[in-house]
Design a protein around this ligand. Structure first.
Ligand SMILES: [Fe+2]
Ligand SMILES: [Fe+2]
Length: 244
């Protein structure tokens, strides 16, 4: 698997690897700053490709932070490989993620971030929002770059294929189509609709992001608040009434 690199915001690089078997992109984001951060590691088996892409931007051994939303292999499967490659690197995830999974799984303890806590990495301030079960998993959380209004939104707005690095409102249509398609098949019911879903998505919209860095699909540029509200409405209509 080969990775392609695209700068989607100043010093924020999208490292995209298309998985031919799954038919989806796995996108990692490298944030170049005083304390460089990699958002998601990608799968363990993708480590050589991701490492090579990181090396085209900075020395991989200089990586300081590895952020991710929730404990799944595409988010943090190569965590231990990165901890080994970068001696100063530390995982940054939710308190639940650290306590329940990562501090046992990983070779070094994680920095456990409380809801609303800010991770300063130099010029940038990354605010961590605890978002249990959004997009999925108890330990889920998302990082918001307050300097460039960029939300690293993990699996929200998921869409398959190998689309272009940057896109506008067309991302919404693709994400809505995927939610419907994902109601059936072996990987069905990836996104739960819980008593917290509406309030969590409302809170994300209130951040007024201008860039939504998707893990699977094109990065969205535009009115992020409107896009999240639109998605929230669709999720409510589609999943809120889903009984089977
Ligand atoms: Fe996920
Ligand atoms: Fe994912």
């Amino acid at each position: 698997m080969d990775s392609t690199v695209c700068e989607i915001a100043p010093d924020v690089y999208r490292i995209s690897t298309f998985h031919p078997e799954f038919g989806i992109q796995l996108n990692q984001f490298l944030v170049k700053d005083d304390e460089p951060l990699l958002m998601h590691t990608g799968l363990k088996k993708m480590f050589p490709a991701t490492r090579e892409a990181v090396a085209s931007i900075l020395d991989p051994a200089k990586l300081r932070w590895i952020g991710f939303s929730h404990f799944e292999s595409d988010e943090c499967g190569a965590l231990n490989e990165w901890l080994s490659a970068a001696p100063q690197a530390q995982a940054a995830c939710s308190v639940v993620g650290a306590m329940v999974m990562v501090n046992d799984f990983a070779d070094r303890p994680a920095r456990a971030l409380a809801d609303g806590e800010v991770l300063g990495i130099g010029r940038r301030r990354l605010r961590f929002l605890s978002t249990p079960h959004v997009p999925h998993c108890w330990d889920a959380g998302l990082f918001f770059d307050e300097v460039d209004q960029l939300l690293f939104c993990s699996d929200l707005f998921f869409h398959p294929g190998n689309p272009q690095p940057l896109a506008g409102d067309e991302v919404l249509g693709r994400a809505r189509e995927s939610i419907v398609q994902n109601l059936t098949g072996p990987l069905a019911k990836d996104m739960p609709y819980t008593p917290y879903t509406d309030a969590t998505l409302r809170r994300l919209a209130e951040l007024r992001p201008q860039t939504l860095a998707l893990m699977h699909g094109s990065t969205f540029r535009g009115d992020g608040a409107a896009a999240i509200q639109n998605l929230a409405q669709f999720i409510q209509e589609t999943l809120g009434e889903c009984k089977s």
